[in-house]
Design a binder for this molecule. Structure first.
Ligand SMILES: Cc1ncc(COP(=O)(O)O)c(C=O)c1O
Length: 451
């Protein structure tokens, strides 16, 4: 066991070690079995199978160890086997795995709702409902907004990602791979321009001006009084870790409040200490009417939630919200333990520390490498946008090559972005400084070698 300054203990040695010829034989054999039975539409980034994971390390079935800079897409913020989460799951599962909260309720669900009502922004009276996935939370937030307002239209933004179900596909911007040939899509979804500072035609446009641009379009093309909800990721995830210009989110939220439009912050990826705050909206003091959560909420167990104004959520008739597995008791136990670990380890401070460590290195890289067009993000949700040197032309080929080169050295790195040219860093918040710095130097070397 090793310990960091934050008193985080690790079960597995925190060191990358990969054989030159991975995937090894066991992963190759499993890949063959997989191909025969698992649908091709489910793609995996890494061609090895996992045996164990802890802190910032993933072990595969052939004895390779990888640095995890993806956290299973922002899920394992407390690590993939945080002792408190593992203990809570074991304890819960020994008593009951399921009763269905809609049939026979249990305390864990109520306790998670209490925690979410406490942690989400705003001092107003709140209510919470638990589900299983991020997409399900988004679907339900829209359901509530439509019922409570009696309106139909929903506003989403360029570069948005909200999930893979029918309504959330409609809300998502990018066609391939998320939407192509999966239509027809849910109606009454309108897309508005995002604030994307790096790619604005007018680089001097302020957040307030970018918000005005979107609001004018909403008013002209839909009519404010027709709009049930605006849904937005405070930092866009799959679309490219786009941080809107300061003032954009507050101006949209203020307009929504004025027009009786429900402002939904989709914090599925950015929530739970990821950006150095419990939620990314906190950076600008924005208080959403409804907030959607998943991913980091339960240390890897499937759980999602919506928390919002009591008057909105309580407007729904009994039986209008729910689902067989929503708020599963084992997942609730994991969420309570995970939130406890976030507080105990001080993971907001830890995310800020990761930002300090990594942002400096990434900016240094950008100053040396003209292919690094932009460096952005908050906390441990950081990204670089790769371009053709001397222009802002996206460079998805280089992005792929860099991710592949990192993997070859034992560093798992995820890409994203509308143009497929963004390298995103989402390390577990419990990763040690040494491991993070090792991963970053591998990334820097991969960019230098492939630029
Ligand atoms: C912002 C956002 N919303 C919704 C989702 C969908 O979540 P899930 O994959 O759990 O359905 C994601 C997943 O990446 C996301 O990043």
């Amino acid at each position: 066991m090793t310990t960091t300054a934050n008193d985080i203990t690790y079960r597995l040695e925190q060191k990358r070690r990969v054989q030159a010829d991975f995937p090894g034989p066991k992963s190759i054999a499993l890949t063959e079995r997989r191909k025969a039975v698992v649908a091709a539409g489910v793609a995996s980034t890494v061609p090895v199978f996992v045996a164990d994971a802890d802190g910032g390390i993933i072990h595969d079935v052939d004895g390779n160890s990888f640095i995890d800079l993806g956290s299973g897409i922002a899920v394992t913020s407390v690590g993939a086997s945080d002792p408190a989460v593992v203990g809570a799951v074991k304890e819960a599962v020994e008593h009951f795995t399921h009763t269905c909260f809609m049939v026979t309720p249990y305390e864990g669900y109520v306790a998670v709702a209490e925690q979410l009502n406490r942690l989400t922004p705003g001092e107003h009276e709140k209510r919470t409902v638990l589900f299983n996935s991020g997409a399900e939370a988004v679907e339900n937030a829209v359901k509530v907004a439509r019922l409570a307002t009696g309106r139909d239209a929903v506003v989403a933004f360029d570069h948005a990602y909200h999930g893979r179900t029918n309504l959330t596909m409609a809300l998502t911007a990018k066609a391939m791979p998320y939407k192509t040939n999966f239509g027809p899509f849910a109606p009454e979804v309108y897309r508005m321009p995002m604030s994307y500072p790096y790619r604005e035609e007018n680089p001097a446009i302020t957040g307030a001006e970018a918000a005005k641009r979107a609001i004018t379009m909403i008013e002209k093309q839909i009519g404010g009084e027709q709009v049930a909800a605006i849904i937005i990721e405070p930092i866009q995830g799959e679309g490219g870790f786009i941080v809107p210009a300061e003032g954009f989110l507050p101006a949209l939220a203020a307009w929504a409040r004025d027009k009786g439009v429900v402002f939904i912050a989709d914090e599925v990826q950015s929530g739970f200490c990821r950006t150095g705050e419990w939620f990314a909206v906190n950076h600008e003091g924005v208080v959403p009417d409804i907030i959607t959560m998943a991913k980091g909420i339960a240390g890897g167990m499937p759980l999602s939630a919506i928390t919002g104004r009591a008057d909105l959520l309580d407007a729904v008739h009994p039986g209008g919200l729910g689902g067989t597995y929503g708020g599963n008791p084992v997942a609730c136990a994991a969420a309570l333990a995970s939130i406890g670990s976030m507080e105990q380890y001080g993971l907001n401070a830890r995310a800020k520390h990761i930002e300090e460590l990594a942002l400096g290195k990434l900016r240094e890289l950008a100053s040396e490498q003209p292919v690094v067009g932009d460096v952005r993000g908050r906390g441990a949700m950081l990204a670089i946008e790769l371009v053709q040197a001397g222009s802002k032309e996206p460079n998805p080929e280089l992005t792929k090559a860099v991710a592949a080169a990192c993997l070859k050295e034992g560093v798992i790195i995820l890409t994203c972005g509308t143009y497929g040219n963004v390298i995103r860093l989402l390390p577990p918040l419990v990763i040690s400084d040494e491991l993070l710095l090792d991963g970053l130097q591998v990334l820097a070397a991969a960019i230098k070698a492939n630029a």
